[in-house]
Design a protein around this ligand. Structure first.
Ligand code: CA
Ligand code: CA
Length: 382
């Protein structure tokens, strides 16, 4: 804990920084500025409001160095009450502030190394991009740093770091961080800087936030059923009621796109339901914010207006399989491809979507419900 080394210390820094950063920095500040002394003196001295820190010498010695014209003041101590009024109010504030720090740093061994950190936060970035941000460290003190080390939270990568352990006064160095935006949603971390100066270990940090926004792309693996073998069930789909459905181009019924679509079965039964599950856990971080929406789109049709009926439904479920929200429209019938769609913002604990396509037969041997050009796209852009 005494000092960070650039090798092993880089790993340890994150741990100690996370738990002790604030307390250690505040301790350092107080000790470094010697503020305790001046604060105490100011509060104890009854007339001390007008004077600087040192009590032992009283008001006279302190007023002298700050104001050469004060030699006339020696008469003042006889009348302390007049001092505050005669001495401009600027004296107490200005004098104490300016004289204290310089006086205090001297006993600690000269003007210590002091590092300034400058750079922009990540902010809003595009999904599946790898943005970078450059941070500049400058030694604004008057002695070199020792054991200077820069460590970001594990979310961020260090692309480059040209900072020496000993950064000379007035010199700057740069650290370039990158972020792999492979998950939608908001994230936060920090950039920690540590070094030793004459006062010991110094730490500073910069909060880092990143908001990854964008769309998931179509989560349906074979949205047009074009990768399916005709006459078989499409991969990843399962029958919930009735016999198997199949990918077909039946009786020349034209697909909405491509050469195939999902077709209902031939059966004496009159209810048929086929479906697929979509894993939404890769997006659960963004969903958990309550600000991620999903849009389902599909093209569906019957054979003719009353032969037969279809319904494209989506149910969003939590990890326990309980439906949290759903689009469950009534039955439709159409002699042409018709867009079925639903867009909604999901509750914060949804982890799965169950899509199913239902057919209710009203005539003939086949259950004439056809589905093509299906898509499910999630959007996070709060
Ligand atoms: Ca198709
Ligand atoms: Ca039919």
């Amino acid at each position: 804990m005494m000092a960070w080394t650039r090798t092993a210390g880089a790993v340890g820094l994150l741990v100690l920084g996370a738990c002790s950063f604030e307390s250690s920095s505040s301790t350092t500040d107080t000790a470094g500025l010697g503020g305790t002394e001046s604060d105490t003196e100011e509060t104890t001295g009854p007339d001390g409001t007008s004077t600087t820190g040192s009590t032992a010498s009283g008001s006279t010695p302190t007023s002298d160095p700050s104001d050469p014209s004060d030699p006339s003041d020696p008469s003042d101590p006889s009348d302390p009450t007049t001092d505050p009024t005669t001495d401009p109010t600027t004296d107490p504030t200005t004098d104490t502030d300016t004289t204290d720090p310089t006086t205090d740093t001297d006993p600690s061994g000269g003007d210590a190394a002091s590092v300034d950190l400058d750079g922009n936060d990540f902010g809003t970035v595009d999904y599946q991009s790898t943005p970078t941000r450059t941070f500049t460290l400058t030694n604004v003190g008057e002695t070199p740093t020792q054991n200077l080390a820069v460590v970001p939270s594990a979310l961020f990568d260090v692309d480059s770091d040209d900072c020496p352990g000993s950064l000379e006064p007035g010199e700057s160095c740069t650290v370039v961080l990158s972020y792999d935006a492979d998950t939608l949603g908001p994230f936060s971390g920090e950039l920690l800087v540590g070094y030793d100066n004459a006062d010991g270990l110094q730490e500073l940090s910069r909060a880092l936030t990143v908001e990854v926004v964008g769309e998931t792309g179509n989560l349906i693996s074979d949205p047009g059923f074009e990768g399916c073998t005709p006459g078989t069930m499409p991969s990843g789909w399962q029958v919930f009621a009735g016999p198997d459905w199949s990918c077909e181009n039946w009786k020349g019924l034209p697909p909405h796109a491509g050469t195939l679509y999902l077709s209902g079965p031939a059966s004496n039964l009159d209810e048929f339901d086929v479906g697929t599950f979509i894993d939404l856990t890769p997006y659960e971080h963004a969903i958990s914010t309550g600000s991620m929406s999903f849009e389902l789109r599909g093209q569906a049709r019957s054979w003719d207006p009353d032969n037969d009926f279809y319904r494209l439904r989506i149910r969003y479920r939590n990890a326990g399989g309980v439906v949290q929200t759903q689009h469950n429209p009534g039955l439709s019938s159409s002699a042409n491809w018709a867009l079925q769609s639903d867009e909604r913002t999901l509750p914060n604990d949804v982890s799965e979507a169950r899509i199913d396509f239902y057919c209710q037969k009203s005539g003939g041997d086949f259950c004439d419900a056809y589905l093509d050009t299906l898509s499910l796209v999630g959007t996070y852009n709060p």
